[in-house]
Design a protein around this ligand. Sequence first.
Ligand code: TA6
Length: 304
Amino acid sequence: MLAGLNERHGRGESLSFAAGPGGLITATIRNAAAEASICLMGGHVMAYQPRGERPVLWMSPNAVFEVGKPIRGGIPVCWPWFGAHPARAELPSHGCVRTRMWSVAEARALSDESTMLRLTLADDAETRAAYPHAFELNLRVVVGRDLRVELETCNTGSGTLAYSAALHTYFAVSDISGIEVNGLDGARYIDTVGGASRRDVQHGPIRFAAETDAIFLDTEATCTIEDPAWGRRIAVAKTGSRSTVVWNPWTAKAARLKDLGEAHFAPFVCVETANCVEDVITVPSGSSRRLGMRVALAGGPDRE
Ligand code: TA6
C-alpha cells in the first residue's frame, strides 16, 4: 500500500508516505515554507511547523497511535456530532470519522512553498450504524507559510443531512496561564465545565486559571492566541463556521485523561473551528458545505 501511495501521490522530498507512530500511515510534507505530517487515520493533521518557527500544533507526549483510537493532539476531525452523541451514550465522543482510515484523493505541489493534500472518506456500514446517511467528506490541507484546512461535507444521499463538526485544533503555547485568546469579546457562549450548560457573554480576552470549556456561538470571528513569552501570535481565521470552542482541561481533567496526564495540561490550548449546538448544519441532498480554517503566525506584542 505504501509503495502504491508513494507511486501515485508521492512528490519526491516534498510529499511522501511512510509508516508513522504506531505504524499508522502518515504523509510527510516538506517544502520551502514549512513541514507537516498528516495521519490517514482520521484525516488527522498531526504536526505543522513553518520554517524557523516553533511547532504551531501540539501533540500529547502520551498520545496513543492505534487504529480505532483517537489521537490527542494536532487537529482531530469531529463529525457528524460534537462531544457526546446526543442520544446514544455507547457511541464515541466527537463523531465516528476521526478513527477511520481516510483515502488519499489528490496531492499537489502548488508552488515550492505550498503543498496540497486532499483526503476523502465516504459512508460505509460502520458509519451508517452510527449515522444512517450517505455522505462523502473531503479534507483539503494546504501547507505553506500558513496552514489551511477545509472539511467539505457532500450529501450523496436522498435525504437532508444534519450534522455538527469541528476542527478540534491543539495549539502549542509557552504556558496556558501566560496566554490569552482574543476575538470573542461580546460573543455568547455555553460554559460546559463539569457537564454544566451555563450561558453567558464573553467580556474581553479569554485568560486561563482553571479548566475552561466554552462553546462560543453565532460567531465568525478570527481568534488570536497571544503568547508574549514566545513573542508570537497565532491567528485562526475561519470560513463556514459559526461556533468556536475554547478548551483547556487544567490539572484535574488532564489527570483523568490517560493520553494526556496532569503534567501536560500547560503547553496547549484548543481553539476549535466548529459548527455545533444551535449552529448545527443542514445540507440538502446533492449539496455540500465547507468548514475552513486558516492558521497564520504573526508577531506577538514583542515582535515586529
Ligand atoms: O472541545 C472540548 C471538548 O469537548 C472537551 O469537553 C473535552 O472532552 C475535549 O473536547 C476532548 O475530547 P476527547 O473526546 O478528544 O477526549
